[in-house]
Design a binder for this molecule. Structure first.
Ligand code: ADP
Ligand code: GN1
Ligand code: MG
Length: 351
């Protein structure tokens, strides 16, 4: 099956082996090794999540082409410092079969990615990676990009979907998540902050990554320096606060996103400071005073939003995020809410 799909792409040689790869929650990813020694990643794009795959792949191509020129101009290796798409034999960006969509990119060798930040230096480097990414895209024409997921980080709309899931209770799971639901509702006051700043023009709409979790940066395995920002499916117009807040959500957690023992989950304030330093260094003067002022609250909002999304998916019967065990989305929601509590106490109460 995988072999047949790969035959549609512009790759020389014979497939030797393939294996499922990575820990993403959305796409299905396979590492494919050819007899030439070349390695590629084949991804089945999640068409349940991304409703318009052709538009998504156009975005990815726009962005990777734009970044490639910049990388070459600054003397970097575009094959290692960015994603490189392989086209199909027909020159298309993806291959479609029935309602399934596949794409292939060059596998970046000698790279690692982290599921949790092992130390502050790694998280500082993550900030350099995402900060440089934002900086490089700061003169990219945002109007070229389609919204791959409408209202992706509109936290208020995420609450609307959550409250609908609670009211419908289609899977009779509300009872088992009463305290999490109550917590989410208590925190609802934070939901409109970023959306209102954008609506009133107090902060700009930019081209942002929108999924700045730790495992979406590849590191050079030898130097441990940030190598490439990957997972470009959600690159579209957004706020810098989305990217900052979501990175803090994923990297300042002392445990994994799905840790069941909440006593292991704490918000790492030193890591927050390390990320902040790296992000501000990489962005230079590209950040506005109003954005800067809202960085700490964005950490709370993005963590809350993610928790609400996990909880909504739990209530809706786990149709969005891949799950690997029973109650997986509920466990994920709990870690996010524990972090929210701590972020509020550690970052916001003293302001
Ligand atoms: P998802 O949307 O499911 O998170 P990603 O595009 O992030 O999918 O890919 C999943 C994982 O595959 C990443 O976390 C990373 O470990 C690995 N990966 C993705 N692209 C590459 C690449 N070009 N080279 C090496 N590893 C990659
Ligand atoms: C998903 O694709 P992945 O695993 O990098 C999700 C993010 C969530 C994240 C939570 C397109 O990211 O929005 O923050 O899971 N991506 C999409 O781990 O919904
Ligand atoms: Mg990913």
């Amino acid at each position: 099956m995988i072999e047949q799909i790969l035959k549609n792409f512009n790759i020389n040689g014979k497939l030797l082996s393939y294996q499922a790869y990575g820990e993403g929650h959305i796409n299905e990813t396979f590492l494919c090794v050819f007899d030439s020694g070349e390695k590629y990643l084949l991804q089945k794009i999640n068409a349940n999540v991304f409703k318009n795959v052709p538009a998504l792949m156009r975005n990815v191509e726009f962005v990777t082409d734009f970044l490639r020129t910049k990388l070459i101009n600054s003397g970097k290796d575009p094959l290692r410092n960015g994603l490189t798409l392989i086209k199909t034999l027909n020159g298309e960006r993806f291959y479609a079969e029935r309602n399934d969509y596949y794409r292939v990119c060059v596998f970046i060798e000698g790279a690692i990615c982290y599921q949790t930040a092992e130390n502050e230096e790694i998280f500082y480097e993550t900030a350099i990676g995402f900060g440089n990414f934002a900086n490089l895209l700061s003169d990219f024409n945002a109007n070229l990009l389609s919204d791959t997921i409408k209202d992706f980080h509109d936290t208020e709309k995420r609450y609307t979907a959550f409250e609908k899931a609670v009211n419908e209770d289609s899977f009779k799971r509300v009872k088992s998540a009463e305290s999490e639901i109550a917590f989410a509702l208590k925190m609802k006051k934070y939901a409109p902050i970023i959306t209102n700043l954008l609506k009133s023009g107090k902060i700009p709409l930019r081209v942002t990554h929108n999924d700045t979790k730790l495992n979406n940066v590849l590191f050079d395995a030898l130097t441990n320096k940030a190598l490439a920002v990957i997972d470009l499916d959600t690159v579209m117009r957004g706020s810098l606060l989305y990217d900052f807040g979501d990175a803090i959500r994923s990297g300042c957690n002392s445990a994994t996103e799905d840790e069941e023992d909440l006593s292991k989950v704490t918000f790492l304030k030193d890591y927050y400071q390390a990320f902040l330093n790296g992000y501000l260094t990489a962005l230079g003067d590209k950040i506005t005073p109003c954005e800067k002022e809202h960085l700490s609250v964005s950490a709370l909002i993005m963590t809350l939003e993610c928790g609400v999304r996990f909880l909504t998916d739990y209530l809706n019967g786990d149709t969005y995020f891949k799950i690997h065990k029973q109650n997986h989305n509920l466990f994920r929601a709990r870690t996010q809410f524990k972090l929210v509590e701590e972020i509020e106490r550690e970052l916001l109460c003293q302001e």
